[in-house]
Design a protein around this ligand. Structure first.
Ligand code: HAM
Length: 432
């Protein structure tokens, strides 16, 4: 029986796929830029388990959210505890922050993470059951400068990756006081339209009416055109926060659009919410999203500290890069590829390859007993810079004919001089 990968997941391969976004070299490149950028902004890496007690997400993301009510991979462990694969990172980071008493270590904490997240969604391009996020969480600062910093960090990562043409949409969902008043106004407006709303929106009406605002259903959207705007119901504090954020973004030269219909699907958001949109992504056009979640840490029985963050889906990042023809690094290739003929030569080649490898020169060796032709094709496929066939003549002479793959030039190099030669050549090719 041939096994197939589970639906909604994918392999990331060193070669053997035409889909650029599934090549491991590209993931490593993107992750490298992310790590460097996060360091420039003073964010330290946090790694939490990929599963948690299910209650964590019930409380953090919200029981009525789609993520928790429909999309979690939940199972009972052998101890009868309900466990869920993490659908997102923020709740886990807050759990860890509280559990490790990190608030005692200073007033401000800035974390980033890269890792897989799991959502049982209907798979389609840009939407997977296992996807990967780069996310950040900044804890301790309630001022809008902190919101602006995380937005700028996200945009800086995209810029460094060469991604163009993104749009930033921002909104505020107010503080809890503003939301209570707005919720009542929105429900009053929607009530007469209830029979005409989509079944999903009808279900959300009592439990989570604000979520109806970002319904993608065309009929819902038409009704919503006349809906009240949260921006008219903000408390003075929430309004001031949002206006200041807009001013700071202007000041930093960040272009954005205010979109009062953004609410995002996670219940912990308070005040600022934002999304970054790419037209290269089709239906799943949000490449990254985030917001402020003052009150969340308190709800985990931690100190009452404010927080703000975002996450961006790496699949979507890589797909936009591929669509825009951004710089795509290739996998590393061997400097030399050695092809032995016979068992004595195999030992010699392994010795030579090992010496190169121990000295930081990437070396390949043909250990399968294929025909020379196939071995040479392997050297070409791996894009080796040099290659050499070593048989009885070369063994007797203690020297090889080293071929430059691109120019096909050959030169004789003694076995004991191979490493020095390659070191000199690669220093020449990549001056330090
Ligand atoms: P989110 O908006 O649910 O936010 O997801 C963040 C990003 O993850 C999305 O913008 C998208 O790029 C990617 N994403 C989500 N689901 C999928 C999927 N099924 N397949 C592929 N990509 C996906 C959060 O998760 C929040 N924790 C973000 C945050 C951090 N807010 C504050 N701090």
């Amino acid at each position: 029986m041939q096994f197939q990968i589970p639906k909604g997941t994918f392999d990331i391969l060193p070669y053997g796929t035409d889909e650029a976004w599934r090549q491991s070299a590209l993931w490593q490149y993107v992750e490298g830029i992310i790590r460097n950028t996060a360091a420039d902004y003073g964010y330290g890496e946090i790694r939490t388990p990929i599963y948690e007690r299910s209650e964590l997400f019930d409380r953090g993301v919200g029981e009525t959210s789609d993520i928790v009510s429909k999309e979690m991979f939940t199972f009972e462990d052998k101890g009868g505890r309900s466990i869920s694969l993490r659908p997102e990172g923020t709740s886990s980071v807050m759990r860890s922050f509280v559990e490790n008493h990190m608030a005692n270590l200073g007033p401000v904490h800035k974390f980033f993470y890269i890792g897989p997240m799991f959502r049982y969604e209907r798979p389609q391009s840009g939407r997977y059951r296992q996807h990967h996020q780069f996310g950040v969480e900044a804890i301790g600062v309630g001022a809008p400068e902190q919101d602006a910093e995380v937005i700028d960090l996200l945009l800086q990562v995209y810029r460094r990756l060469g991604i163009r043409g993104l749009k930033v949409h921002i909104n505020t969902v107010g503080d809890p006081a503003s939301r209570i008043v707005f919720r009542t106004a929105l429900m009053e407006f929607l009530r007469p339209h209830l029979p005409n709303l989509s079944p999903d929106s009808q279900m959300r009406f009592e439990k989570n009416p604000l979520r109806i605002l970002d319904s993608k259903d065309p009929k819902d959207r038409e009704i919503l055109q006349r809906a009240p705007s949260i921006l008219d119901y903000l408390s003075d504090a929430a309004k001031e926060h949002f206006e200041q954020l807009c001013r700071i973004l202007d000041n930093l030269g960040i272009t954005y659009q205010i979109d009062p219909k953004i609410v995002r699907g996670l219940d912990y958001y308070n005040k600022t919410v934002f999304e970054v949109i790419s037209e290269n992504l089709g239906a799943q056009s949000t490449i990254g999203a985030g917001g402020r979640y003052d009150g969340l840490i308190g709800s985990f029985d931690g100190p009452d500290l404010p927080g703000v963050g975002f996450a961006t889906g790496l699949e979507r990042v890589l797909q936009v890069m591929a669509a825009q023809g951004a710089k795509m690094p290739k996998n590393g290739h061997p400097c030399i590829y050695l092809i032995p003929l016979g068992s004595e030569a195999r030992v010699q080649c392994l010795q030579l390859a090992t010496k190169c490898r121990h000295n930081g020169i990437p070396a390949g060796i043909e250990l399968s007993s294929q025909k020379i032709q196939t071995a040479l094709q392997n050297a070409a496929r791996l894009e080796a810079t040099y290659c050499a066939v070593i048989g009885s003549d070369e063994m007797a002479k203690g020297a090889m004919q080293l071929k430059t793959m691109v120019t096909r030039e050959t030169r004789e190099v003694r076995f004991e001089e191979l490493l020095t030669f390659l070191q000199k050549e690669s220093a020449h090719a990549h001056p330090v």
